[in-house]
Design a protein around this ligand. Structure first.
Ligand SMILES: O=C(O)c1cc(=O)[nH]c(=O)n1[C@@H]1O[C@H](COP(=O)(O)O)[C@@H](O)[C@H]1O
Length: 245
């Protein structure tokens, strides 16, 4: 990753807002920086599919983070609808199982069958263990034995077997995911905190520099940018810190 342009394209800014107006304000502040944007449930449930389609019409790279987890037939239908919005990446929970993840890909195929030639195929990725989950929480609350890392690797292998293009995980697991599933298997890593930033509810975290040094493809950054008085300066500083890596 040599240029600022390449670095910006691998940073996903989480537009975690309750209104389209607030999201637009941030986009205005970041204007001209060609980063990815992530629309999650807070904004999607408020602003709807039209907002997402509008981002694509304006040329943004979009990760639609709705973390689908349901019976295979429902996820297939959801994937079909999402694919028609033209997003670049979307996610499903790997915990839904192989058949559910395969159904997500069938939904993509179904949507693309009726789409104009040349419509881009979204990358479908599996959520592994949320970056807010610690080993203690996994073992004592959720009741899954073993380490978070093992659980993440198990989900990553399952996602790969189902044919997904990658996973969401913390940067701490990236090298092992790449070793198990191949370099081309995309890793999207939230739980990113520039040095000194407030962790909030995140548990498994790294700085942007550390995450890219692990070989991650994309980092997701929300509050360190959105809660800042100067979001643009924070994003510029993150880009500066990873250029040349
Ligand atoms: O799928 C995600 O994007 C996601 C998965 C995960 O394990 N952890 C996680 O934090 N996220 C999302 O990444 C963003 C992180 O935001 P901040 O903690 O504010 O940087 C939020 O929008 C989360 O919903």
């Amino acid at each position: 990753m040599n240029s600022r342009l390449q670095a910006a394209g691998r940073i996903m800014v989480a537009l975690d807002y309750s209104t389209a107006k607030d999201a637009e304000l941030l986009l205005q502040q970041l204007g001209g920086i060609p980063c990815y944007v992530k629309v999650g449930m807070q904004l999607f449930y408020a602003a709807g599919p039209g907002f997402v389609a509008g981002l694509k019409e304006r040329g943004y790279k979009v990760f639609l983070d709705l973390k689908m987890h349901d019976i295979p037939n429902t996820v297939k239908g959801g994937s079909e609808s999402i694919t028609k919005l033209g997003v670049d990446i979307f996610n499903v929970h790997a915990a839904g199982g192989k058949q559910m993840m395969e159904a997500a890909l069938e939904g993509v195929d179904k949507a693309l069958t009726g789409s104009p030639a040349g419509t881009a195929r979204p990358i479908v990725i599996g959520v592994t263990q949320l970056t807010s989950t610690s080993n203690k929480m996994l073992n004592e609350e959720i009741g899954i034995e073993g380490s978070v890392e093992n659980a993440v690797l198990r989900y990553a292998r399952l996602a790969k077997e189902a044919g997904l293009g990658g996973v969401v995980a913390s940067p701490l697991e990236v090298t092992k995911i790449k070793a198990a599933c191949g370099e081309a298997f995309v890793t999207v890593t939230p739980g990113i905190r520039p040095a000194g930033a407030d962790l909030g509810d995140q548990s498994r975290v790294m700085t942007p520099e550390e995450a890219f040094a692990q070989g991650t493809d994309f980092v997701v950054i929300g509050r360190p940018i959105t809660a800042s008085a100067d979001p643009r300066a924070v994003l510029e500083a993150v880009i500066d810190s990873v250029v040349g890596q």
